[in-house]
Design a protein around this ligand. Sequence first.
Ligand code: ADP
Ligand code: MG
Length: 528
Amino acid sequence: MTEPLPIVEMRDISIEFPGVKALDGVDFRLIQGEVHALMGENGAGKSTLIKALTGVYKIDSGSILVSGQERLLHGTADAQAAGISTVYQEVNLVTNLSIGENVMLGHEVRGLLGINWRATHRAATEALARLGLDYLDTHLPLSSLSIAMQQLVAISRAMAIKAKVLILDEPTSSLDAAEVEGLFRVMRTLRDQGVAILFVSHFLDQIYAISDRLTVLRNGKYEGEYLTRDLDRHALISKMIGKDLDALKSLGGNRRTEERDRAVDPVVAIEGLGRRGSIEPTDLEIHRGEVVGFAGLLGSGRTELARLLYGADRPDEGSITIHGKRVDVKSPADGLNHRVAFSTENRRDEGIIADLTVRENMILAVQAERGWARPIPKKEQEEIVQRYIAALNVRPADPNRPIKNLSGGNQQKVLLGRWLATKPELLILDEPTRGIDVGAKAEIQEAVAELAEEGMSVVFISSELEEVVRLSERIVVLKDHQKIGEIVNGPDVTAQRIVDVIAAHGVEAAAHSSLVEAEDDIIAEVNE
Ligand code: ADP
Ligand code: MG
């Protein structure tokens, strides 16, 4: 079978920034009627390639052909004229205008007396119909739509200006599952109409769900182009990080469950700990060097339970015992005093402080613990910072950089370093790998496994069940604000198994209890 001619061909493209070859002789092509995923770790050059294609960056060398003709793209207007449109994560629309006005912005239908609004709205509806969105009332303000729908309107706008190439750079990072499905429906519709779509996402599931072809970049270099169906996940990740998955292999199987002597006192024990409307009374023991996974859907109570453990919320019943002593954890500062640290899932809003440097971000928790009146001496700061930059492989390894200039994965490593610097006995990690690239993810997973080896206890919360299964020794399953089971990890424990436990629970109380009995490694009553 001969392949159709590519609509875009980028040949031997190089772009250099002071000190960095962001792109080094990269080839890339887009074929019409295909979704093409551009893959690579953070810093690989994806956004730079996109900016070259959209005329934002001038290329130092190489050539760009659109429909077989070489084009010099000296700005976004040139790219648009060539039929190349981009929809960014932050939708660039005008929220106080109507949906129809946004779709047609700058391309309103004009008559003798100026803009013909009736015809403009009709054209908007036609453009929306191409995406199966003609049910939207084009007269409503854009602000009446969810962000996800606004994004679809932005795509519709790109189509109204007859884009042949649609570029979506991480469009899914703030969407929920249903919204992603909606976006994918639209993408498939456009693909079937012959549009070439360039798609960037950190979520491998999405890549496999939507893309036909993919190109992998590594360190600014072209690694290869593949049909998605020919490249399995392991092969893809290896190509992205440029090594065999040795790093991951050590974590390949599920973590070995140690023969725990349950008679040994746990580091932390909670009994009947609960808070109305947030989490039902819960029992749990966490031993030294143990990774306990919290699995459950968003809103299942996993974060809520963690919040009681480190003092962000106050329980209204139950007790927390640390090293056999009953304690009152009234605030996160109390938590830290008892050597319980928590790293938030909300990296952007609660975690990093964007304008501070890596150093300042990293010493923050230790400083808070000591009190702000006693600044940490320079030398000690340096020790902390150097130690965790090295241990967690923070890149670039420059403590004086503003943290906002680091990739998400490296920001996450700095956050992890911040809490490790407090030398916790129990470290609670809420979604530590969400939205970061595979390389950093593997490094963080490795770090967690190592910390546990060294004796730290870890609560690991993640929406990705595979990851929970890979790292945890025990998995606490939550649903509807309560703990519904506990699974001791072993070779036959899989993500699917956890999903089944969640799905089965509460369907019928009787059916559930027999399921618990049948599953010999689900401990119904842990503390007995
Ligand atoms: P990706 O999108 O794959 O994460 P980027 O294309 O953003 O990667 O970055 C590639 C490399 O180029 C990185 O090392 C990044 O730090 C560098 N870089 C990107 N944009 C600029 C810029 N405007 N100035 C200097 N360096 C940049
Ligand atoms: Mg990018």
